[in-house]
Structures are given as structure tokens and as C-alpha cells.
Design a protein around this ligand. Sequence first.
Ligand code: GDP
Ligand code: CA
Length: 312
Amino acid sequence: MRIVSLAGGIGGARFLRGLRAAAPSAEITVIGNTGDDITLFGLRVCPDLDTVMYTLGGGINEEQGWGREKETHVVKEELAAYGVEPQWFGLGDRDFATHIVRSQMLEAGFPLSQITEALCARWQPGVRLLPMSDDRCETHVVITDDRGRRAVHFQEWWVRLRASIPAESIALIGAETAKPAPGVLEAIEEADVVILPPSNPVVSIGTILQIPGIRDALLPKTVVGVSPIIGGAPVRGMADACLTAIGVETSAQAVLDLYGADLINGWLVAEEDAEVSLDGVVVQARPLLMHDPDSTRAIAEATLTLANSLNP
Ligand code: GDP
Ligand code: CA
């Protein structure tokens, strides 16, 4: 079986670990969000691709959900001693090495898709990990603070401000001219099943869907999604702040409506959201908390069972 899954960071990566366990013989292609990417200290950082790579490769800091295990922070401290900004983005020493390799390869002219493949040669994530695009596009957020109304990089709003200032709008800069990375449209075309994991519907999945050609390629496929919203709140993090910014309620129903019945064929919700419905979509209620490997695998199994039941 060929499976394509879109993915953001923590929610996507954890789900993918369950998916790999649920379908050990499947060929899984992951289309990763790169809207969170940022250049820091001259280095290109791809937080969501790295979260997927480290999680599936066994190098993730499990408690934190991102970054490397057994991490140290000497470089960060030394940069701070020079007064170099930003100091609000946590990069550990082991993680720095990944960004150095990536940046060196970018400088040498390699596209992000090939660099990601090279990094994955070390981590052996057991899936094919593709960036949504080789073209640089970054999510920016319009806020009003003591410096007035301005757009800041998504990471500044999310990490430095903890989404505490309302986002007036969210935009993926560069989306109009970005092309899907090599292999993305082909993988979708060949997929038996496409999965939208419980990733942020606005700044992870929504971002990937904005790359011209990707949403259209998904429309004829069997697409099953897992709600990241349970009982009116995100399970972890601040996805509600992103939904509010685009005028969407924080509910499993509203996220389904946002994706739309033209895209989604099956939708898994938590048991407390069992009343969710949309014409043309098969909705099933299941326990959706990814507590541990077993519960996560069960969610992935339910996703595949639903997808297979919808496949012609
Ligand atoms: P990020 O890039 O690290 O923010 O991660 P993602 O975009 O992949 O996922 C974030 C989303 O995952 C949040 O909206 C959470 O609500 C959702 N999420 C996290 N843990 C769980 C879980 O155990 N179950 C479900 N259903 N959603 C989860
Ligand atoms: Ca992210």
C-alpha cells in the first residue's frame, strides 16, 4: 500500500510513528510543512521537518516533543554572551549540527528536498520525507504591539510571544510562486490513501495546502483526516489562536468545514465530538489522544481502516 501523509511538527510526527507501526509494509511518503522555517545565526532551521526526522529516527527529546534528546546548550549560551539575538529560539548543540549541514548544502546549491534526503540517510525514519516545496515560503503574522502594526515571522509570534498577542492575519509569504518539491505530486498521484494527521490546520496542514497544485492533486484521492481539536480545544499548543486569526471556531466541526467535503472523505473525531457531520464525509468517533505508542498506533489503524473502507 502507498500512503501519503501531510505533516506539521509534534502532532504530525507522533501520529506518523503510530502509522509506521500500523502499516509496517506500506510505502509512506510524508509531505512536511516548511512554512515554519527560519534563518537564525546564518543557519537555515526547518523545525517541522526536523521534528518528523528526529521523532521517526529515534533522536527526539520525548518530553519536549521537539529538539534532540541528551541535548546541551553551550553554543546558545556563547551566542548570548555575545549579546547576539534572537535569544528566544531554543537551539541545542546537537540540533545546531543539523542546521549547519543543511545550510552548508544550501550554500553549495542543493535543493531542500535533496538535503532532507541526505539528513534522513543518517536518521532512517522509515518513511520518505519530502518538504512541501524547495522554494522558500515563510508564514508571517500581522500583530499590533508597542511598535505598531507589523508583520512578524511566525516563530516570533509563536515562540517569543507565545501567541499572546492576537494575530490579525496569517500569510504564507512566497506561496503564490512556490512549486511543490520534486516527488510531491507524483507521490500523491500514486497514493492509495492520503492522511491529514492531527497537525495544526492553519499553519501546518493549511500551509501545505496553499502550495499551488497540492490541494488540486489531493481532490481525487481518498483523504482521511484526524481532528487535532478535541472538545473545543487543541490537545496541545495554541492552534486555537491560529484558527481565531482566520475566523474559524476551535472545534472538530469547524476544522472539518475548513478543509471541506471536496478534500476530505473521512474524518476521525474524539468521542465527545461524535455529533460532527458534513454531507459527503464519513465521520467516526474514536479515542484520539496519542498517550503512548499503543494508543497512537490504534488511531493510525482506525485511520487506515476508514480509508480502506472508502476506497473504491
Ligand atoms: P507543531 O508544528 O509542532 O505545532 O505540530 P503539528 O502542527 O503537527 O500539530 C499540532 C497539533 O497537534 C495541535 O493542534 C494539537 O492539538 C494536535 N495534537 C497534539 N497531540 C494530540 C493528540 O494526542 N491527539 C490529537 N487528536 N491531536 C493532538
Ligand atoms: Ca510547526
